[in-house]
Ligand binder design. Sequence first.
Ligand SMILES: Cc1ncc(COP(=O)(O)O)c(C=O)c1O
Length: 423
Amino acid sequence: MSQLSPVLKQATPVVAMRGEGLHLYDADGRRYLDFTSGVGVTSTGHCHPKVVEAVREQAGRLLHGQYTTVLHDQLLTLTERLGDFLPPGLDSLFYATAGTEAVEAALRLARHATGRQNVIVFEGSFHGRTMGAASLTTAGTRFRAGIGPLVPGVAVAPFPAAFRLGLSQEEAVAHALHGLDEVLATVSAPAETAAVFVEPVLGEGGYVPAPAGFLAGLRERADRHGILLVLDEVQTGFGRTGRFWAHQHEPEVVPDVLITAKGLASGFPLSAIAAPTELMKRAWPGSQGGTYGGNPVACAAALATLDVLREERLVENAAEQGARLLDGLRAVAAGAPGIGDVRGLGLMAASEFCRPDGSPDQDTARRVQQAAADLGLLLLTCGIHLNVVRMIPALVVTAAQIDEALALWSKAVAAGARPEEAA
Ligand SMILES: Cc1ncc(COP(=O)(O)O)c(C=O)c1O
């Protein structure tokens, strides 16, 4: 008799038997409103009929077509179709399975393409759990402690997390860019710096959107020093923030390398990295690849996902419902002294729990998240102190479902409040 390893930390006790749209169902038929979307993956909702049909059709035709042995039609079609959505100039793509693998690939590419070794990341960033990606991750020591030595050559600059820094958005941007300049002057010389890796919205690090001007400041410095700007849009991409890519909220910023995964294939393991062909050519041929990259069934799911995003106007819906969600979260926070900040972009929204002295309140965040699960609303925590509760519903979410989630959220916040703050 074996059991699941205790190294997996479960956010809820739910055993899902079936999923449909925004809902998961357990063995007793209990329905849960899923505002986790499998950590931002099921962008078109659980088991969207068009995605399921595409997967069924492809599964009967070709399950695996190893992409450095043979090419297959889904891979070629997806590559062509993604071209309609990629930032200008990023005309070359290849695929892996998980987000973390794509981050590893981008790290290898950055080092090959520049001949430089160092990489700069930002406080609170999350890029994955494999050793290279974990070395770029500073969203909490829980992702790094005890597994070292990590990959060397990583320097950390401040992220403009205004609330945590106690600064205005403008001050936070100035502080973070100054910090980056200091890192370039003191730790990682520009001539030794291959790339800057950044999430346009900190994900696991607490759902902190980069304020206006930050990405442009990074672009300017990257250009000035010949450093590559690598945008990790694993969690923020594919419409989640109300633009196809989150960095398009700052339209003049174009990355050198873009990493995507999660929402790309509605639940199938598929990640991709995009860059200009000229840059990709500087990597050593054969230096990238993998057994499962660009799996035909996952590519079919990605193509169906693109169709659904367009046909159902899901990027626009993410912007619209995201605004409704954020307004509702702010209204709940107005009556809840334990919530110190509400923030988000599109359908990435979060509430940060603080004690009366302003310190992070992980216990309340956890109680509220558990209370929500008891009430039938599935949520996740995040943040470097795990004191942030995030909402990431599928992009097919309706206004009625947002309102239902907010009603449950309000009850959960009351149920999980610190005793002295309970009404
Ligand atoms: C921004 C970001 N990058 C990379 C990853 C790693 O992706 P995966 O879990 O698919 O390896 C994640 C996962 O949460 C993420 O949010």
